[in-house]
Design a protein around this ligand. Structure first.
Ligand SMILES: CCCCCCCC/C=C\CCCCCCCC(=O)N[C@@H](CC(N)=O)C(=O)O
Length: 536
């Protein structure tokens, strides 16, 4: 049998695309006015699909093959007929967003690649240039009508950390299933939700015929979870070679927190102006192997375990208030309940007290200090052999008021404190510079305006990213780097990052699309909005 190599998502050859079209037409005719109706009409119309229609689509396969071969692998009339038809529909924002949600679920369930089919306008518009970087990362350039305006850049990433079905997920982690209004799946929060939100918004704005004045880049990395050394780093290299300087960069890394900061009345949108530094240390102990029946007084495992325990029992010093988190809490102070409002307004006096309260919770502790997490421990090859080698990896996130050098020296000399434990630096970098957030800072104010356009009574404040993002590689291209995703997170959500039951609500996903759709337009405004950080 001859096997034809053809991308599984090829729209010309995939009969499901025609069925999607039929479904959309049928549902559109019935004008669903709410989510329940949309779901009902989708199910009803899907059930009505006739067997003969499916048979016809299968029978027309040879014709499609012939057309694709004639087009030398390019798009054929079958694809464009479908796409043109979609463009003639009078989409309401509401209806469009629902379709986008169906697409995002489809994407999670069936494909690990960005699909041309899902964003036909993005991939066919003459205003958009798309290129692959380092084979798997995506760089889009959306041309503006006014080339004299400095471009900005949006970042997100398509890779995810592993997820195991054995870890008690409520739904399989790569199913993209929807349950009780949430789309579940590895990457929904970190960071495929942003990928889909940005592209969906771009698709929509292009379909509407909007031509941005200010050009912008979209960078979608493929290896952020392993430091972006191929994806983001090569995107930066390319942009540098092309002489690009960016007005601002917006990446993941902070969000709208609702109920996560105890004592704060209502949700707060925290636009992170910096992110922590990081280092990974490898601790190891070696000794000759021996028989388990004659154990030495101390084993490699015992020595290393003791060192690891010392690290856990001696957290790095409290630095709360000395980095950008100080500004964040001062901006939020008036929204805290009494007496926290008074305490937060006087950090010069109360910072040590607040630090002791915040360190009790693992999420808020991350704002207080350089954190220490022992993430891997390997030793031993056989249950009756004394292990000749034991190693542990320690992942540290460095508070802005500390340096990489300082962290290394504290760990080496005071905490591990045992010369038999070898310490190697796997990698490390200092905390990132603090981006401006005053009233003249275009990027910060435009992100803030976009949040307020969507949520007029939202508190917006500069924040701090306690993890790391691809944006850190962009510091030579812009001094204005912000980390913010317009998703609302509630207590318990922080644990879903890299944990189980990662999910995004329909509202968060819709909000994401709306946010970027508005941001594209807000970046074209001539004068910054007259807003002050203290007005809300
Ligand atoms: C890490 C989760 C913290 C949750 C904090 C509470 C809520 C804060 C709001 C939301 C945004 C959290 C965004 C986190 C982005 C995480 C990106 C990431 O995982 N990056 C990797 C990259 C790397 N390997 O360096 C990381 O390990 O930091």
């Amino acid at each position: 049998m001859n096997v034809l190599e053809w991308p599984s998502q090829s729209p010309d050859l995939n009969p499901i695309e025609n069925l999607w079209k039929d479904l959309k037409t049928a549902v559109h005719k019935r004008s669903p006015s709410n989510l329940t109706e949309l779901e009902l009409f989708c199910k009803e119309e899907w059930a009505k699909m006739s067997v003969s229609r499916c048979a016809n689509l299968v029978e027309s396969y040879p014709k499609r093959f012939a057309a694709v071969i004639a087009a030398k692998g390019g798009s054929t009339k079958y694809y464009f007929m479908l796409y043109e038809y979609l463009c003639t529909l009078d989409f309401s924002v509401f209806y469009f967003l629902k379709i986008m949600i169906i697409r995002v679920m489809y994407h999670f369930a069936f494909t690990s690649q960005l699909s041309v089919t899902s964003f036909p306008t993005v991939f066919s518009s003459s205003k958009v240039k798309h290129e692959l970087v380092a084979n798997y990362s995506h760089l889009f350039w959306v041309q503006g009508s006014r080339p004299e305006l400095q471009p900005y850049m949006l970042l997100a990433h398509t890779d995810v950390v592993p997820a195991s079905e054995d870890d008690a997920w409520e739904v399989p982690p790569f199913s993209g299933d929807e349950k009780d209004g949430f789309i579940y799946g590895r990457g929904t929060m970190d960071d495929k939700g942003s990928v889909m939100g940005i592209l969906a918004a771009l698709e929509y704005i292009l379909m509407k015929g909007y031509t941005p004045q200010r050009g912008f880049y979209i960078g979608l990395g493929h290896d952020e979870e392993v430091h972006g050394l191929n994806g983001a780093v090569n995107i930066v290299r390319l942009l540098k070679e092309r002489g690009v300087k960016l007005l601002f960069v917006l990446d993941e890394g902070s969000a709208i927190l609702d109920g996560i900061l105890k004592g704060l009345d209502g949700p707060a949108a925290l636009i992170a102006t910096s992110e922590k530094g990081a280092t990974v240390l490898k601790l190891s102990v070696s000794m000759p192997p021996s028989h388990a029946s004659m154990p030495p007084r101390e084993t490699t495992i015992g020595i290393l375990a003791a060192a690891v325990k010392r690290l856990e029992e001696n957290p790095m010093k409290r630095l709360f208030g000395l980095g950008p988190e100080g500004g964040m809490f001062e901006h939020l102070a008036h929204k805290f309940r009494f007496p926290l409002n008074f305490v937060m307004s006087n950090l010069w006096l109360f910072a040590p007290l607040i630090a002791r309260i915040m360190e009790r919770n693992e999420t808020t502790n991350a704002f207080v200090r350089t954190t220490t997490a022992v993430t891997m421990f390997n030793a031993g090859v056989k249950e009756n052999v004394i292990a000749s080698y034991a190693e542990a990896f320690v992942n540290m996130r460095i508070h802005s008021a500390q340096t990489l050098k300082e962290v290394h020296s504290v760990q080496r000399w005071s905490t591990v404190g045992d010369p038999r434990v070898k310490i190697e630096v796997v990698y490390g970098f200092d905390p990132l510079p603090i981006s401006p957030y005053d009233e003249t800072s275009f990027g910060f104010q435009i992100i803030k305006k976009t949040v307020l356009d969507m949520f007029p009574s939202m508190i917006v404040a500069p924040g701090m990213c306690i993890a790391n993002t691809d944006s850190r590689h962009f510091k030579d291209l812009s001094s204005s780097i912000y980390r913010f995703t317009p998703a609302i997170y509630k207590p318990g959500d922080a644990q879903r990052f890299h944990g189980i039951n990662e999910r995004t609500s329909r509202e968060n996903y819709e909000g994401m699309v709306q946010f970027f759709f508005r941001l594209f337009q807000n970046c074209d405004i001539k004068k910054l909005p007259d807003v002050s950080l203290d007005h809300n």
